[in-house]
Every structure is written in structure tokens, then in C-alpha cells.
Write a protein that binds this ligand. Sequence first.
Ligand code: GDP
Ligand code: GDP
Length: 435
Amino acid sequence: MGNIVAIVGRPNVGKSTFFNRLTQSRDAIVEETSGVTRDRHYGNTEWNGIYFSVIDTGGYVLDSEDVFEEEICRQVELAIEEADKIIFLVDAMEGLTDMDKDVAALLRKCKKTVFLVANKIDTPIKIAEAAEFYSLGLGNVHAISAVNGSGTGELLDELVDDMENEPEEEEHDIPRIAFVGRPNVGKSSLINALLGKERNIVTDVAGTTRDTIYTRFNAFNFDLELVDTAGLRKKGKVYENIEFYSTLRSVRAIEKADVCILMIDADHGIESQDLNIIHLIQKHNKGLVIACNKWDLVEKETNTHLKFEEQIRKRIAPFHDVPIIFTSVLNKQRIHKTLEKAVEVYNNRTRKISTSQLNEHLLEIIQQTPPPTATRGRFIKIKYITQLKTYYPSFVFFCNRPQDLKDSYKRFLEKHIRNLWNFEGIPITMYFREK
Ligand code: GDP
Ligand code: GDP
């Protein structure tokens, strides 16, 4: 199980307020780069040292009176299917409503852990107002105020209590590659073109967990497991809100994969949803390959692909050391290349640099361009570097005054690591510790 938490509930109970409280300051990077907060429906957060993903289902609901009851129930069903834990928010100021009862009925049937949370309890006197929600039959009622934060600490303590930090990757020998991206970019088409046949689509039973599907791909000298997110096209069930569903699937697939092939539509370029996905891939320390698909639709002049590449790299900065491939599934152009690159990136992810190599090369660079002196005029000295035994590349720099080291200098170090060794497509984690 991963650490995916979905916030569900009817409109105006405070879902996005609570979501923002959980993710805001910590997710500032996404906001900065995308420039859009409105469509930010999921983020990462941390409590007691445990990282988890939060999905705000509310952002997807169309605010029109007659459709929403049905729409909300559908969101809840999807959340049940895809999330690990569910926070069901109700409004203590308004009290129990029929819609709350309908949502509760769905949640009572599911096997996921549900936290029933009465929001808008801004003062202790109001805690009594939470009592009526016990009748929903979902156990304990957590009283919180999303606006001032009271009660949220206790709720989060319980929420993360049995979560593992960094959901440990399941043991597996065969590289796992996920195709992620917005609806309609060509994920299913690509997978079908690779597999050469229509895949079996596993039918799901309502209210049960449907784990992401792995398809063994053993052909053309590849031996891989493809992590299916494109299983979106479920026969007989057409989701109006494909975007929401694909987000849920992507979050799960990213957790399961070693390397993600993010497909974008050449016609649209990188969109803010894509940046969210990249951010998530980075947070989970997974590999990334960008496939710019539908290349056949683009009118080309000299160097068109270089210009595209440059634009993409600008958008995804600072994590721009990423392979970008221009594909056309329609014309069968470079579709195997996506997998070749993914395998390269997989290998980069397992790359281990010996301590002696690291110190020999990096200490010299550091000596030539030492860290700028700290504010109080003290020198920062990096003495020793070593790579940790994590399943993704992470490095520790032992130094005095690590807290004074500037971000710009950290980026300088990362740039040199990338110049010296091949970590293309891989986020690099760096720790600075006092020895
Ligand atoms: P959503 O539709 O469920 O995402 O709800 P919002 O987060 O947009 O909140 C709906 C309204 O409830 C907004 O006006 C919020 O300011 C208000 N609200 C949210 N949480 C609280 C709270 O803890 N206390 C009070 N008094 N108001 C809240
Ligand atoms: P998914 O939602 O990401 O799985 O996207 P699909 O694989 O269902 O593709 C969406 C649409 O884009 C379909 O009509 C495909 O035929 C079309 N499509 C996929 N790849 C290409 C391509 O390389 N070029 C063009 N022109 N159309 C494509």
C-alpha cells in the first residue's frame, strides 16, 4: 500500500481549505512553476516525518445544483478505488445532510480506512456539534477547524500512524515502467502499439481494491513490466471526469514504477497538470522520460525539435536533465526509443559512485569554487562526500555549518555531479550534515 489520502465530501464543507492547510507552504514549488493554484488538486505533504500524497476531490466537482449529487458519489467511488485512506469531511456548522448520509453509505461498504472529520469546529465549545455525526456509523468523529488548524494535529497523528515512510518499493528485478500523462495524449495507443494486441482489461468489483496492473513486456530485447495507467478505458463505464480519474491513476502508478514515461501532446506542450506529475515523480525519486507525442501533427522547419526541447526544458526547470523524445504512435515513430530511454534512465537510477571517485572529483571542484562565506563571515568547509545505499541516488556532504549553505551552491554541486556522471532523468537527493 502506498500513502495516498483522498479528501471527500459535499461542496463547501471545507475540503480545499483543509487541503491547502496540508499542502500549501510545502508545495510552494508547484505553485511557483505552474502559476496556477486553481487546478492544483493534489500535493505532497509530510507529518511526523512521514510523506504522503493528498488528493482534493472537490476541485473536480462542477458546481451545478442538479448534477452534483451524482457526480460526488462518483468521485467518492473513484477515491475508494484508488486511495489508501479517505478523509470524509462534513460541516459541523451546517449539520448532517442527506448527501452526507449518501456518501457515508458508500464509505461504510468500502474496505479502506475512513476518517470521519467534522470541520468548522472553530472553538472548543462547538465540539458538541460533532456528536450528531456518530449516527453515520463510521466510528469516531474527529473535530477540526480547517481554518485555524485546531484538532488537525491529532487527526494527522492518527492518519500517519501506520504509514510507512517512503513506501518501500516492492522487491522486483524487472524494471517497472509507467506511462503517465493527461487524457488523450496517446498512452493507450502507445501501449497497444508496443504490445501489438488489445490488452485484457481486468474488470473491477465495486468497492474493492484494484491494484495497478503490470503487463510483462518481453520482446525486442526488452524485459520490462509496464505499469498500466491507461486502463482508464473501462468498457461499459464511461467516466465523465476523466481528468480526475487519470490523476488518481497516475499518483498510484508513479508510486509503483521505477521510471515514468510522461507523455505530452506536441500540440499543447507542457501543461500545469504535467508539471504536477513531474513534481510528484521527483518527490518519489522516480526516473523520468518525456515523450512528446503526436509529432506528426507538428509542422516542421529546421531545428523544430530543438526549439521544442528548449521550451520544454525551460518549463520543467530546475529538473531539466531529462531525456525528451519526439514520438508519433500514428506513424510508429520512435516508439521503441521511449523504452530504450526508460531502460537507460532505470540504469542511471541504480548507478553507484564510489566514495573515492566522488571525493576525488568533487572536492577539487569545491576547492576551486568554495561555498560563499556565511552571513557572519564564517567559512563553510565541505570535507567529505559519500553516496547513500538508497535505491535512488542520494548523496551526503559532510561539512561544518550545513544550515548556512546556499541553495544556489547546492544547485552548483548538483550540476557538477550531473556533468561528471550520467544521472539523466533521475532526481538527485543531497543531504548536508555536520560531521
Ligand atoms: P470545499 O467546497 O469543500 O472545498 O470547501 P471550501 O474549502 O471551499 O470551504 C467552503 C467555505 O467554508 C469557505 O468559505 C471556507 O472559508 C469555509 N471554511 C472552511 N473551513 C472552515 C473552518 O474550519 N471554519 C469555518 N468557520 N469556516 C470554514
Ligand atoms: P490516452 O487517453 O492517453 O490513452 O490517449 P489515446 O491513446 O486514447 O489517444 C487519444 C487519441 O489520440 C486517439 O484518437 C489516438 O488515435 C490519437 N493519437 C495517439 N497517438 C497519436 C499520434 O502519434 N499522432 C496522432 N495524430 N494522433 C495520435
